[in-house]
Design a protein around this ligand. Structure first.
Ligand code: G4P
Length: 192
């Protein structure tokens, strides 16, 4: 998506550790116009599949998730993060290890917000190691539903998440695919 790539080029800052800071429009301040356009683009890319619900994870996935759900006219549910959930009888729970923050979180969704037999689109702002997306896919499977696909704003395809999701057989649509962050510069991959 050209508009997203342009904003990354103009406003993104590459930090040590292969981290791309885009908090002027995605992760801290949020540009609503860009967010809505990204949601529409995801809805368009998945227009050939049935989608009953969008699932994302707090916090930074919510804006894009809302935009996609609005464009698709379906509900949005966001998984909540918690540091210590072993079992929760009313919720589906998955472990997600953050390589960036070096912590293990549990993510959970109340069972009543993830019904069985649905087709669920997973959405997130960043794809790095794929832990968050795979955790959300686990929640969908626990619910007895299907993953329609995974929609990502910024896909750091040089980390292992991109290949992991494709190897697991998920349909991945990323709005900006980053091939590398070498030399403090953002190098985009033209297609996934
Ligand atoms: P993964 O989910 O793909 O496995 O990612 P990883 O564990 O490596 O990343 C953990 C957190 O760091 C995630 O957000 C992810 O979105 C974010 N992240 C990873 N790489 C980058 C990057 O280059 N730039 C930015 N800005 N974020 C990155 P989170 O902890 O769930 O954060 P939040 O949604 O609560 O803000």
């Amino acid at each position: 998506m050209e508009e997203l790539k342009r904003r990354i080029r103009e406003e993104g800052i590459v930090l040590p550790g292969q981290v791309l800071k885009v908090d002027s429009f995605l992760n801290h301040q949020i540009d609503p116009m860009l967010s809505m356009a990204m949601g529409q683009e995801l809805a368009h890319r998945f227009s050939d599949v049935e989608i009953d619900r969008v699932l994302t994870v707090e916090a930074s996935g919510i804006a894009l998730g809302l935009a996609a759900a609005y464009a698709l006219h379906v509900p949005l549910v966001f998984a909540k993060k918690s540091q210590s959930v072993l079992m929760h009888e009313d919720a589906y729970v998955a472990d997600v290890y953050s390589y960036t923050k070096k912590v293990k979180n549990s993510i959970l969704v109340l069972k009543k917000f993830l019904p069985p037999d649905e087709s669920v689109l997973i959405v997130d702002d960043f794809l790095a190691n794929g832990e968050a997306s795979l955790g959300m896919a686990s929640l969908v499977h626990q619910a007895g539903s299907r993953v329609a696909g995974i929609g990502i704003a910024v896909d750091k395809a040089f980390q292992r998440g991109h290949d992991r999701l494709i190897q697991e057989g998920y349909r991945l649509e990323s709005l900006a695919v980053i091939a590398s962050l070498e030399g403090n510069r953002v190098h985009f991959r033209e297609s996934i």
